[in-house]
Write a protein that binds this ligand. Structure first.
Ligand code: GRG
Length: 295
């Protein structure tokens, strides 16, 4: 079966994301404007609002999925978009913080089609900018009506993010086969925490600030968590079979780096006769083309 090599979101998804980004932008700018000017510049750079060192770079912020979920969560509760804005600002700041620190941990040179913050400003400043974004997120949410409960919800997601990131880092140290191998259910738990927790938090915080009933807040949290697992699996699929001109990922880069991605773990979990050969190729780090054909 031919797998899709790109994921095309319907036009109305782009329209909804753009509408939510516009609703949140003034509050996000106001929050970033309260930062130390140099630290705020790093935040603005990572959000795709400015260039650095005079070098022209393509303006590219994030998609704004988390801020959109917060706004949509508030609207789902019957409140106006503005009710969800403090949640949207907080989750977008936390997301940006986690990307800054993740890029340092992974040594990634590029993000959002430009050099990562640590590449552009240095590791120490990038750590500081991440810390400042984290602090600003908590401060913003605490100041909102219903702040203390909202901060508790965010704290649970933050602990999940750390848990998921730690699991992901440890996956790299584990073998491909045998009792210590990473099972697909462990992968799902990791993805739920690392990516799903903040998506669920975004939607549920928006709903909470919009006055939704606890059952609706919980349901949105669960939906966001499932979305995170799906998001991570699609990302893995595109990392193996995606069109590099669209994804910006190098061909078979994940396989070359021997990342524990879902398609590979599922193939090894399947007990298919080919999985022994696949594990041997991955261990040797050779012939990624043959490995890809075995998945
Ligand atoms: C919370 C205290 C604390 C620490 C964080 C660094 C870390 C610990 C966690 C890393 C979490 C991480 C990087 C998860 C991956 C999330 C992900 C799917 C990023 C890509 O999201 P998109 O596609 O990005 O929404 P854009 O660029 O569109 O915003």
């Amino acid at each position: 079966t031919a797998l899709p090599t790109t994921v095309q979101a319907p036009a109305d998804v782009h329209r909804v994301l753009a509408r939510c980004r516009e609703a949140v932008r003034p509050a996000l700018e106001e929050a970033v404007g309260r930062m130390h000017p140099w630290v705020g510049e790093m935040a603005a750079y990572s959000l795709g609002w400015c260039e650095v060192g005079g070098a022209p770079v393509a303006a590219s912020g994030g998609k704004g999925v988390r801020q959109a979920l917060a706004v949509l969560g508030a609207e789902a509760a019957g409140a106006p978009a503005e009710a969800g804005v403090p949640a949207a600002v907080a989750v977008e700041l936390v997301h940006t913080f986690s990307l800054l620190h993740d890029d340092i941990m992974d040594g990634d040179p590029a993000r959002r089609r430009r050099p990562t913050v640590w590449k552009a400003y240095g590791t120490g400043p990038a750590v500081l900018a991440g810390d400042a974004l984290f602090a600003l997120a908590v401060e913003t949410l605490a100041a909102a009506p219903g702040g203390p409960q909202a901060v508790r919800v965010l704290s649970v997601a933050l602990s999940d993010l750390v848990h998921g990131q730690a699991d992901d880092l440890l996956f790299a140290t584990r073998p491909w086969t045998g009792p210590q191998r990473v099972r697909t259910d462990e992968y799902r738990a990791m993805a739920e925490r690392k990516t799903g927790a903040l998506l669920g938090c975004a939607a549920s915080l928006g709903a909470l600030l919009g006055g939704a009933a606890p059952a609706a807040v919980d349901a949105l949290d669960r939906a966001g968590r499932h979305l995170g697992i799906a998001f991570q699996i699609v990302d893995d699929v595109l990392g193996i079979w995606g069109d590099p001109s669209v994804t910006g990922k190098p061909v078979h880069g994940d396989l070359r780096e021997r990342k524990k991605t879902f398609p590979v773990l599922a193939a090894l979990d399947s007990d298919h006769p080919r999985s022994g050969r696949l594990a041997a190729l991955l261990d040797a780090g050779e012939d990624v083309e043959e490995a890809a054909a075995l998945i």
